[in-house]
Design a protein around this ligand. Structure first.
Ligand SMILES: *Cc1c(COP(=O)(O)O)cnc(C)c1O
Length: 425
């Protein structure tokens, strides 16, 4: 059975990229765009004093928005009881607990809005690159930015990230939400003085409507999840930080010690940005896999077809508990960037997401939203499969020395009563 048939049947499917190319660490991949990642990193650093002042929860890390790399001993024990012994080399990159937005969107979304604010304030001569950016937390700057509106289409988490940071900076904000978006997310945004417009349609419709409405207003800026490069470069900075964390924890990544990374995927911006950064850091020694719900395999479909296509073509696109991944058509930009460096895509079903959500809670005492455990489900699906055996033999992977990183992408802001309902506790 080929991958498309398997997708149509809503089976959990493993697709391996046959176009994967050799990449040297620190080589220039995809046209030297890595300079943009360094620029994003420097920008985030310039904003440390502002972030620290405006979001006191980041004070401990002096304005750095970063998450922990956690060794999963409890979860590793669970896997062992299920017959999968990873020799204690399984880790969680806990972006569910990124400050401010409680999801991976804190990386890309916040970066793009900070860039917009910086560009506007510099042009208005309200700041210089050499200033201490804590002065952006002032009436004068807020009033100036208040002339502009930031708009975004979202299934929820991107809206939260963009909404919270934009409102704090003084921008007017309009978030266009798809019908998958949860009520509590809309409520939280409205509490932050964000205008929320909801649609009786999917994510693509919300993006399209937002894009159109924004284009009518010269003082409006649209954060375009389907095409944005600034989101992508913001996400990619994760790789620079992860490299440091790996070094600190003495986790070696080289030819003899490969790194496998599993990242939940919606439109593709976040996982592609992270993958791009990681391939730049580690080249062939890192192997990145995306995880999607069986109802929304938009990235896998796009990779198979070589262009973005809607999952409705396969009769898919129905409901999934992974609302953060409920995206029917992948980003063209991300697909292009992943063509030769992504290892594969794996789809997972809602039952597994729900099961692993409980496993994380029981064995690690960590709450993750359903979307955020997709990487764990994908890893479980991949390891031991025929596709995996072929992949490691074709790519000369030393299986015994693999470190596995499950990228947990969201859940930090989910209210207590919803957590309890999901976990059945
Ligand atoms: C947005 C999101 C993702 C994936 O990011 P995309 O850029 O849409 O691919 C993964 N997990 C969670 C929880 C998200 O909110």
């Amino acid at each position: 059975m080929n991958s498309l048939d398997s997708l149509i049947d809503r089976k959990e499917t493993i697709w391996i990229n046959q176009n994967l190319e050799h990449t040297e660490p620190m080589s220039v991949i995809s046209g030297g765009k890595f300079l943009n990642v360094r620029a994003a990193q420097s920008r985030l650093m310039r904003f440390f004093p502002y972030i620290e002042k405006a979001f006191p929860e980041t004070a401990e890390k002096k304005g750095l928005i970063e998450s922990e790399l956690i060794k999963l001993d409890g979860f590793g024990g669970f896997l062992k009881s299920e017959g999968l012994d990873l020799a204690r080399r399984v880790f969680l990159k806990d972006d569910a607990h990124l400050p401010i937005a409680g999801s991976v969107k804190a990386r890309g979304g916040i970066h793009e809005v900070l860039k917009l604010a910086e560009d506007l304030l510099r042009k208005a001569k309200l700041i210089k690159p050499t200033d201490n950016y804590s002065l952006i937390d002032s009436e004068e700057c807020r009033n100036y930015l208040g002339r502009y509106t930031v708009q975004v289409g979202s299934t929820g988490n991107l809206g939260l990230s963009i909404g919270i940071i934009s409102a704090k900076l003084g921008f007017k904000v309009i978030v266009h939400m798809s019908m998958d978006a949860k009520e509590w997310k809309k409520g939280l945004l409205r509490k932050n003085k964000v205008e929320v417009i909801t649609y009786e349609g999917d994510y693509s419709l919300a993006v399209k409507s937002g894009r159109e409405r924004s284009s009518l207003d010269p003082f409006s800026y649209f954060v375009d999840d389907e095409n944005s490069e600034q989101l992508f470069y913001g996400y990619a900075t994760a790789a620079l930080r992860l490299k440091m964390q790996l070094m600190k924890q003495k986790i070696v990544v080289d030819r003899e010690h490969p790194l496998f990374v599993y990242i939940p995927c919606g439109v593709g911006g976040a996982p592609s940005g992270i993958t791009y950064g990681l391939k730049q850091m580690f080249g062939d020694y890192v192997h990145c896999f995306f995880a999607e719900p069986v109802e929304m395999p938009s990235f896998m479909l796009g990779m198979i077809k070589g262009r973005a296509a809607s999952v409705s073509e396969l009769g898919l696109g129905g409901e999934t508990i992974a609302d953060g991944l409920a995206c029917g058509k992948a980003s063209e930009f991300s697909l292009r960037m992943m063509r030769y460096i992504l290892s594969g895509v794996i789809t997972v079903n809602d039952e597994e997401l729900s099961r692993y959500q409980k496993v994380f809670y029981d064995f690690e005492d960590i709450y993750l939203e359903p979307s955020a455990v997709a990487g764990a489900c994908a890893m479980r699906r991949l390891l031991g499969s025929e596709e995996y055996k072929e992949y490691i033999s074709e790519n000369d992977v030393n299986e015994n020395n693999i470190s596995h990183i499950i990228w947990a992408t969201g859940g930090g802001l989910v209210p207590e009563e919803i957590r309890r309902a999901e976990l059945g506790i």
